[in-house]
Design a protein around this ligand. Structure first.
Ligand code: NAD
Ligand code: MG
Length: 398
């Protein structure tokens, strides 16, 4: 067999949950992958440790003082790695000509510009940062089409759907005999809880997911089902689907990562242990397969698979997200921004768990006069929604 071509990779958000799993997979295959850049927000010690192991060409932190600290610490360790600071540096390491692949694993809207930069410059884009696509769906997909970028979904559900679709599924799902996409959801840690108990949930409880170990923001989103709502919007853009072509299926074991239903009655599913290294390895090696360090699923141990419909009364975020997608324009960006502000306030103990959905609903109910065709319009809608959400939270607390 011939040697695979070496891929040079930028890992945006390398100190996060997805970032760390990505570096684990990369480290197993040094003959295939070289790290070009590693980036973090404020975790400078963690980034220093990663630089010592992975020897990137460039490292990026948000604040210039943190970057200066890292530069000193690297020099003291005898490593000559260029250290940059600030949001523009993230775009620079995404666009860099010698980079083949960009793992977009920054959490939230902060990841939009560097993810878009990777899409615009024709990279293999491994998209974990679903918020970027939720905010800028049309613009992002257009950038991918125009630059010839290869967009591979890392979110486990979308990765599963991608694996269950024909290799060339562009041109519409109906053309390929697809009837429905079945998006599975674990239901989060509060599935089956009463509305009264859900109202008293703490950040510690919300971040303790039964099946997946993830960053704090996505853990809260999984608990409110906003994560599934964001994923519904993400699936619409990735697979050119309408919301009514997507059925959310609660499947508490998180063993089936999603399914595709075809016209002839076939339902094709992708199964595996709930471990993000599988979709990450798929994205890195596509169309080949590599060892991800994940055990084969033990079906005898799993023994049973359960399915139920989501409860949108107790978990209204899923409904809000579907409505935002149907409204179109700036609505998904507004939903996303309001949710980010509300989740932050909840993690800070300034807002109750059930109030997250209430804040998002209130912001979405405000009239907003603006489109989302350009980046400027999207960022303006994001900013507007953040200000309104902050105001509503302040009024609730006062
Ligand atoms: P995380 O909180 O563990 O890590 C986030 C990373 O982004 C860190 O490296 C952090 O330093 C960086 N970051 C945060 N804010 C930043 C900012 N303002 N500027 C620059 N960098 C910043 O998050 P995660 O769980 O790894 O999730 C990352 C993304 O992947 C999210 O969009 C999430 O929805 C998606 N995702 C995660 C999982 C999972 O299992 N963790 C699964 C599917 C999708
Ligand atoms: Mg997911």
């Amino acid at each position: 067999m011939s040697q695979p071509a070496l891929q040079r990779i930028t890992v945006l958000g390398s100190t996060g949950s997805i970032g760390k799993s990505t570096l684990e997979v990369i480290a197993k295959h040094p003959e295939r992958y070289h790290v070009y850049a590693l980036t973090a927000h404020t975790s400078k010690e963690a980034l220093l440790a990663q630089c010592k192991v992975h020897r990137p060409v460039v490292a990026v932190l948000d604040h210039p003082a943190d970057a200066a600290w890292l530069q000193q610490a690297l020099l003291a360790s005898g490593l000559s790695i260029e250290v940059l600071a600030g949001p523009e540096a993230l775009c620079r390491v995404s666009r860099e000509v010698s980079v083949d692949t960009v793992m977009a694993a920054i959490v939230g809207a902060a990841g939009l510009l560097p993810a878009l930069a990777a899409a615009e410059s024709g990279k293999r884009v491994l998209l974990a940062n679903k918020e970027a696509l939720v905010m800028s769906g049309a613009l992002f997909m257009d950038a991918v089409a125009r630059s010839g970028a290869t967009l591979l979904p890392i979110d486990s559900e979308h990765n599963a759907i991608y694996q269950c679709l024909p290799l060339e599924h562009r041109g519409g799902l109906r053309q390929h005999g697809v009837r429905q996409l079945l998006l599975t959801a674990s239901g989060g840690p509060f599935r089956g809880w009463s509305a009264e108990s859900i109202a008293t949930v703490t950040p510690e409880q919300a971040c303790n997911h039964p099946n997946w170990s993830m960053g704090r923001k996505i853990s809260v989103d999984s608990a409110t089902l906003m994560n599934k709502g964001l994923e519904l919007i993400e699936a619409c853009w990735l697979f050119d689907a309408t919301p009514d072509q997507i059925q959310v299926v609660v499947h508490p074991q998180s063993v089936i990562h999603s399914m595709v239903a075809y016209d002839d009655g076939s339902v094709i599913a992708q199964l595996g242990n709930p471990d993000m290294r599988t979709p990450i390895a798929y994205g890195l090696s596509w169309p080949e397969r590599i060892d991800a360090g994940v055990e084969t699923l033990d079906l005898f141990q799993v023994a049973r698979l359960d399915f139920e419909a989501p409860d949108e009364m107790r978990f209204p975020c899923l409904r809000l997200a579907r409505e935002a997608m149907l409204m179109g324009g700036a609505a998904p960006a507004i939903l996303n921004a309001a949710n980010e502000v509300a989740v932050d306030a909840f993690l800070d103990k300034r807002l109750g768990f059930s109030d997250i959905a209430a804040v998002v609903a209130n912001v979405m109910a405000e009239p907003y006069d603006g489109r989302a065709d350009t980046l400027e319009q999207i960022l303006a809608a994001d900013q507007w929604a953040r200000e309104h959400a902050a105001l509503i939270i302040q009024q609730q607390v006062a």
